[in-house]
Design a protein. Sequence first.
Length: 1221
Amino acid sequence: MARPGTRRTNETGTNGTHPCIELRGARQNNLKGFDLDLPLNRLIVVTGPSGSGKSSLAFDTLYAEGQRRYVETFSPYTRQFLDRMDKPAVDRILGIPPAIAIEQANHVKTSRSTVGTLTEINDYLKLLFPRLAGAFCPECGRPVRPETPASIVAAALGALADRTWLVTFTVSAPPTADPGRFFEFLRQQGYLRIWLDGRIHRTDETPEVRRLPPSVRVIQDRIAVKDENRARVGEAVEQALRFGKDRMAFIDPENGEEHPYSTGWHCAHCDRDLRPPTPGLFSFNHPLGACPACRGFGRVIGIDLDRALPDKSLSIRAGLVKPFQSGQSAECQRDLLKAAAKRGVAVDVPFEKLPARDQQWVLFGDRGEVDATADELWAAGGWYGVKGYFDWLEARTYKMHVRVLLSRYRSYTKCASCNGGRFQPETLNYRVVGADGAPRRLPDLAGMPVERLEAFFRSLEAPGADPTTAMLHKEIIARLGYLVEVGLGYLSLDRSTRTLSGGEIERVNLTSCLGASLVNSLFVLDEPSVGLHPRDTDRLIRVMQRLRDKGNTLVVVEHEESVIRAADHLVDLGPGRGEAGGELVFAGPTDGIGGADGSLTGDYLSGRRAIAVPRERRSAKKFLKIKGAAQNNLKGINVRIPVGVFTCVTGVSGSGKSTLVHDVLHANLMRRRGEGADLEPGRCRGIEGDQHFDRVVMVDQSPLSRTPRSTPAVYTGVFEGIRGLFADLPDSRAQGLTPGSFSFNSGTGRCERCSGTGFEKVEMQFLSDLFVRCPECEGKRYRPHILRVKLEGRSIHDVLELTVSEAIPFLGRHAPALVGPLQTLVDVGLGYLRLGQPLNTLSGGESQRLKLVGHLAESTGERALLLFDEPTTGLHFDDVAQLLRVFERLVGQGQTLVVIEHNLEVIKCADHVIDLGPEAGEAGGAIVAEGTPEAVAEVDASHTGRYLKRILGGGRVADFVGGLARGTVPAREPVLGHGAMRVVGAREHNLKNLTLDIPRDEMVVVTGLSGSGKSTLAFDILFNEGQRRFLDSMSPYARQFVEQMEKPDVDLIEGLPPTVAIEQRITRGGGKSTVATVTEVYHFLRLLFAKLGVQHCPKCRVPVEKQGAASIARRVEALARKGRVRVLAPLVKARKGFHTDVARWAEQQGFETLLVDGMLVPASGFEKLERFKEHTIDVVVGELGPKRKGDALRMVTRALEIGKGTARLLDPANRFSVLST
């Protein structure tokens, strides 16, 4: 368990006196083979222009190697399920700790994942609730808890003392029971009295009742409840519970007052059973706890009438009901018009202006007045309503086209059964009572903002709690506190993970790592400040510093100035982007970056470069107005967005910016235009002014396609024009090539072996997959005859290898229309990208800008409303300056920009700012300030305004964000975890509440008598806990494949790094266990033979290799130069019959010759073969020779097609060879 980088070996990474990670010859992606020393236990920030190699260094090199080395200690079976990253291109890396990556990407798609499940707080809650929550009867509201005879006696002596009571229990009476016989039965059992009809009856007397009720109260004893009779009361209670099936009651014989008790989860007052509290009952992912209606999803899918009526400004005659406007459903439009005329409903008035009664009639028809089905109303000539139309369709979902039609009008709505809470009704019977005395159910807690929930649990008292309950309580408070510290206090635990932004998901994962309490680990973070308001940045920095102070190393890819200045060590890459980047410009303390030559970061941090404040602000005469926006936390606000200018929507994280722009503005506009069927519009009274726009475009944070088949040329649409250029060349027309022939994603022109990807994927099971260059096309994606077609001496592969800047003059000479999209790429700083570069190789900043270009190209020449969600994600200061120039050009063209942004450099350049807040969650959702940046800066209540005031006055963000600029960070106090592992209160197995400190970075021997607890301490506590904490920082999917021991019985373990166990195997292996299997050499040998071994024919010993049609054709052409070669396709192999049908088929296909049992036979006039003899028949697809030229590729392709992947070759020496793909 020695700390990486400080071992006493020759491989120690050291830099002076401080241990470090030694990186030598880094060449991953565009890195230029530099050497770098990174100090351990420091906060290291990696910065540089977008595309300069930051992610290649941080993730593809450091994280990949750090995780690979640790994961290699797991079994091969386990490793095949974990992330298998490529070994980085580097000469050597020394002293690297186990690594954990915290990225922005939100890969969660399931609706079952929430903030609570992701942070594992839900797991702690489902364990805490059975221990802490009280049960309440759903009918009478009384507390319910299982009693014991002792507790019942204690309660009676307290509340019922000094009075005479009947101790009773209930027995069931059969419906047809005779009272006399029933009384006789009770008397024989020794019971002489019962309580019936409010008085006592004796069983040894003639019954006064003719009929018995379903249950009869039998009197166990009549006793004065007082302390001296405690024993007798206890005995009577025990007997009553025994015969009453755990239920009994005290009854006052004078007035019939009753006090029931039960020893189970049962309300004795209402005779209502409750489900016992188990962890599964408090999990919506468990069958016991999930709502039966929605199965724990919180929402159900059904017909959404708003989708059927997307534009309520239309009248009935103008096409209000969308499905009635085409196809067979047009008959319903005629029915509606006829019924409306009969009822007197206006058909030329916009639907939204019709009386509410008429609107209801259109939707639900006459069924509100007549109890009839849609079919009955139709038959009677009545109006069945839009709802009735869909009900009629629902009854015919066995037809495919009906299911397709219904799918267009379905949407998810909140589950009416659980009201979106996800839990079944039995779960809601349990509540936790807070300090304010109000009982709260689990869905109530899950729906509270994390900030309030943390305060609730801190105030929650658990008197007499056992150690497990106290531990669960403490762990929940800690994890909620971490969420608050990283600025996510506005989230709730029931917030679906799939709705979180990249920055939010990264900070949620960061809290999981804090909860794992790891030390001596390498954490690699990707822009954790994304989506965070400058006010909250200092809290994020403190969280990262806390993680560092535990003894960890943090490598953070970041562009936020305050985070850069708070770093202990800064690495700046550049000087340019793409191939012009990848060099180490600066490495060292942040203070020295200002003097680094060629550093764009240094230029901006030192003030030599800056983004200037615009000299004047644009004003607008037209406005887009949103009235009464009330979705989520919005407070019914009215918003005016000026048309034709650059507007920034700002506010602290969680203030309602995304709700306003995404849910209210974008979704409503798209729904009004009949688009965006999958969008759920946010609530508002209305939107005015959308007639000013031809298009509405949303550029959000969703990632680009990560497939290698998509390239900048494909994404921007220029590839279609390039293919058209090549298809119009004379060589192409001569060969009959079309634009589709020049596509590497489909068609006949792409390489057959790699399907146009240029590489082949070799799956390596427990090792990372290999991607090797395709040997057929040598990575060029196309077949040889396609590459021979050239434009100005360049093949299509050569054109795709051009950078955008190089392609503009080349393509401008042939297709000027293609220059526009490419010039936009240059304008946003992506001129260095190659046209054919796969999109999955782009950095986050490059992807963000390329996505921007794709939308901008579509909006050219139109009045567009362009909505952006944090477009500066992944962008360096210089990239932001380029982005602002693009924004300036767009606004100059008359476009309207609405940008959600936290970057003050962007906000200060806006024409108009709408600041929401003042706080997050419930305390947000209002307009705090609006106007020019200067006007917002004067509003004291605006957090954004306070920062803008200083920025506009010439200040810098880092000068006033939390006072955490470098040089102001308080010195770290020595932490025990840096030098030792502390174990407190170890009680695992036979350990006697052991507390000890174990020094790290030293060789420690644990000794003692056999059975004294050595293995318990070393393996069951230290190893298990060290590995468990590391795995807790990985994905739940990966963890399920790793054997994890139970958490050891110990109060506290501090300063524990990830661990590796080298155990002595004391059990004998089975008959299949060998030295190779134990040492895992066998697994590598299997992989070696499977991937590199070459199959040989067992008869002729010829290698059996996969070939493509092109390589086979080249072999045929080579043999044809020596003599005549025949290409054959097998039709029949060793099969009996006349086979005249085979010859007839060959003749119809235009083939003249067959090879029958080794003899060449003409297809025409084919004579029957011997019926009971086996025959082998091939068709001669074509012949080639020195004097006989032909298209070998066409022949081979046709032969392989006929032979279903197999062909035969008859060479000049009359020898046969089998060819196969």
